[in-house]
Design a protein around this ligand. Structure first.
Ligand code: LIP
Length: 281
């Protein structure tokens, strides 16, 4: 599948809609719980790739809650979670879960964090991790927003259809991005953003890839790119963005979106942004 072509349906529209309903209900339930935990107080429980790559007890509890609800609804599906949930399943459907995307924002009680839940099927051509979401939901509980999509059926925000912006000029585009947790990767990302910044309206670093992609889907960012994302960061929201009209790109024409680059933009500016992000020094 090319970045913007519609893939052959992997599951029926009815099943995709059922999976989207499960993702939405579970994401909202987990969203309510992580707000309760945040308001009760949050501390760092551990670190991962660096001292700033943190995980909280809430991340772990939220993932346990999401996994339990998914297993109740779809006991034979697989699960892959950022905090360690891992079931291979027998149905070919794997739920890819980020229980709190935007963990640093969550730790600092900044309002941009989300629960991301995607029902995925194997597809080596769609995304770098070899899966493709056929249904997904992203809940941003502080702003009361629920983004949902199922393959071929469009994307919604709180039940209303959403579309990417009509931006035609990169120089007028508001572009979201993010940065990794290691100094080496951040130095590389700083070089890229130094190239992008003079060529666009402005940059926004919101702190949650899933929310960034939902902002592109709803036209409140014109575009987004980031290097170094994990499948759980983008699985649901990349589907939401594509179903809202975004073109998704990887680092080059031979590499699917995901790692090492995911870019989402309206087709009118996707190429110009990709050229700027990918230009060699
Ligand atoms: C985060 C992403 C964000 C990225 C951060 C981190 P997490 O995910 O949503 O876009 O810039 O480095 O990867 O760690 O909060 O689940």
């Amino acid at each position: 599948m090319t970045e913007n072509s519609a893939p052959a349906p992997a599951v029926s529209a009815a099943l995709a809609a059922e999976l989207a309903g499960i993702a939405a209900t579970v994401a909202e339930t987990a969203g309510r719980r992580i707000v309760q935990l945040r308001d009760a107080g949050v501390d760092v429980a551990a670190t991962k790739s660096s001292a700033t790559d943190v995980v909280t007890a809430a991340d772990r509890e939220a993932e346990r809650l999401v996994a339990a609800l998914i297993r109740e609804a779809r006991p034979d599906d697989g699960i892959l979670g950022e905090e360690g949930a891992s079931d291979s399943g027998t149905t070919g459907i794997t739920w890819v879960v980020d229980p709190i995307d935007g963990t640093v924002n969550y730790l600092y009680d900044l309002p941009v964090f989300s629960v991301s839940i995607a029902a995925t099927v194997p597809d080596p051509t769609a995304f770098a991790d070899g899966r493709r979401a056929v249904a997904g939901a992203v809940c941003a509980p502080r702003s009361g927003e629920l983004f949902v999509a199922s393959e071929g059926c469009g994307a919604t925000r709180n039940g209303a259809a959403i579309r990417v912006s009509a931006q035609q000029e990169l120089g007028l585009a508001l572009v979201g991005t993010g940065f990794g947790y290691t100094s080496k990767r951040r130095a590389e990302q700083a070089e890229v953003v130094a190239r992008v910044l003079p060529r666009v309206r402005d940059i926004r670093r919101l702190g949650s890839a899933a929310y960034d992609l939902c902002m592109v889907a709803s036209g409140r960012l014109d575009a987004y790119y980031e290097r170094g994302l994990q499948p759980w960061d983008y699985a649901a929201a990349a589907l939401i963005a594509r179903e809202a009209g975004a073109e998704l790109r990887g680092v080059d024409d031979r590499t699917p979106p995901g790692e090492p680059l995911l870019l989402a933009a309206p087709p009118a500016i996707a190429g110009a942004l990709h050229d700027t992000v990918s230009a060699q020094r």
